[in-house]
Write a protein that binds this ligand. Structure first.
Ligand SMILES: [Cu+2]
Length: 267
C-alpha cells in the first residue's frame, strides 16, 4: 500500500509538472512593452515554486512509503513538532514570498503608480453587463460629462455609457465597442464600471485590471505589435459574463488617425 501511494503521488507530481514544462496550455504571445519583463518574472516564480513543489511531493511520497504499516506494530508515538525545523521552513517560505513580491512589484507599480507619459493616447474603458465600451476624448483632449440617469444600454455606444451630449466637452467624444490603438504609443487608460465589478483583461498585452463602479482607475500600457487581440472580462459579473468579450485592434498611427477622423465625421 505504501509503495502504491508513493507511485500515485509521484505520478501526479510528474504529470502536473510535465504540462508546465512542456507549456501545453500557456500564455498567448505577449505584445506589450512590459510583456517580456512580466513573463520573465512569471517564469522565475514558476521555476522556484516548481522546485519546491517537486521536492515537497517527492518527500511526501517517500515518507508515505518509508513509514508504511510493516505489520510489526509499535505503540503510536506522537510528536509535538520540531521548533528548529518549523522556524527554518517558515523563514524560507517568507523569504521566497517576500522576495518574489519585491522582484515583481516594480513592474506592477510602473503601470499603476507612475502616470502615463505626456503624449500618450487617452482611452476610457467602461465595463457593463455584458459589454465593453471605449471612449476617446476627441480634439479637446477632455472627456465630456456622463450621467447615470442617461445610461441606456440598449442604444449602445454614447447612450450606453450615459454621455451627456449637452456638455460641450462631450461633443467630440467618440464611443465605440471595439478598441482601436496606435502601435508603439502608450495608452492612458481610465477604467470605469457602471453596474458591478468587471475586470479588463487583454492576455496578449499581459494586462488585467478590475473596473469598479464609482472609481476611475488610471493605468497604462504600450502595445508593440499591430494585430487583433482579444479582451475578456476576468471577473465573474453575472449570467452573461462568459460572453463579455471584446477586441483590441492595434493599428499603425496612420490607420488610427484615419479611423478616429472617420468616427468623428460620422458623429
Ligand atoms: Cu464583466
Amino acid at each position: 500500500m505504501g509503495l502504491a501511494l508513493l507511485l500515485v503521488i509521484w505520478l501526479i507530481t510528474f504529470a502536473s509538472t510535465y504540462f508546465f514544462i512542456a507549456k501545453t496550455w500557456w500564455f498567448p504571445v505577449g505584445y506589450s512593452a512590459a510583456a517580456a519583463a512580466i513573463d520573465h518574472q512569471f517564469t522565475v516564480t514558476f521555476i522556484l515554486m516548481g522546485i519546491v513543489f517537486v521536492l515537497a511531493q517527492g518527500a511526501l511520497g517517500l515518507f508515505a512509503w518509508r513509514y508504511r504499516d510493516r505489520g510489526d506494530a509499535h505503540p503510536v508515538q506522537y510528536s509535538h513538532g520540531n521548533i528548529t525545523l518549523e522556524v527554518i521552513w517558515t523563514a524560507l517560505t517568507a523569504v521566497l514570498f517576500i522576495g518574489l513580491n519585491l522582484a515583481g512589484s516594480p513592474i506592477w507599480a510602473a503601470e499603476r503608480f507612475e502616470p502615463a507619459h505626456p503624449g500618450s493616447v487617452p482611452v476610457e474603458v467602461t465595463g457593463m453587463q455584458f459589454a465593453w465600451y471605449f471612449r476617446y476624448p476627441g480634439a479637446d483632449g477632455k472627456y465630456g460629462a456622463t450621467n447615470p440617469k442617461l445610461i441606456d444600454p440598449s442604444s449602445g455606444n454614447e447612450a450606453a455609457i450615459g454621455l451627456d451630449t449637452s456638455d460641450p466637452a462631450a461633443k467630440d467624444d467618440v464611443v465605440t465597442g471595439t478598441m482601436y490603438l496606435p502601435v508603439n504609443r502608450e495608452v492612458d487608460l481610465t477604467l470605469r464600471a457602471v453596474d458591478v465589478i468587471h475586470s479588463f483583461f487583454v492576455p496578449n498585452m499581459r494586462f488585467k485590471q478590475d473596473a469598479v463602479p464609482g472609481l476611475a482607475i488610471r493605468m497604462h500600457f504600450t502595445p508593440i505589435a499591430v494585430g487583433d487581440y482579444e479582451i475578456a472580462c476576468a471577473e465573474l459579473c453575472g449570467l452573461g459574463h462568459y460572453k463579455m468579450h471584446g477586441m483590441v485592434k492595434v493599428v499603425s498611427q496612420d490607420d488610427y488617425d484615419k479611423w478616429l477622423a472617420a468616427r468623428e465625421a460620422a458623429k
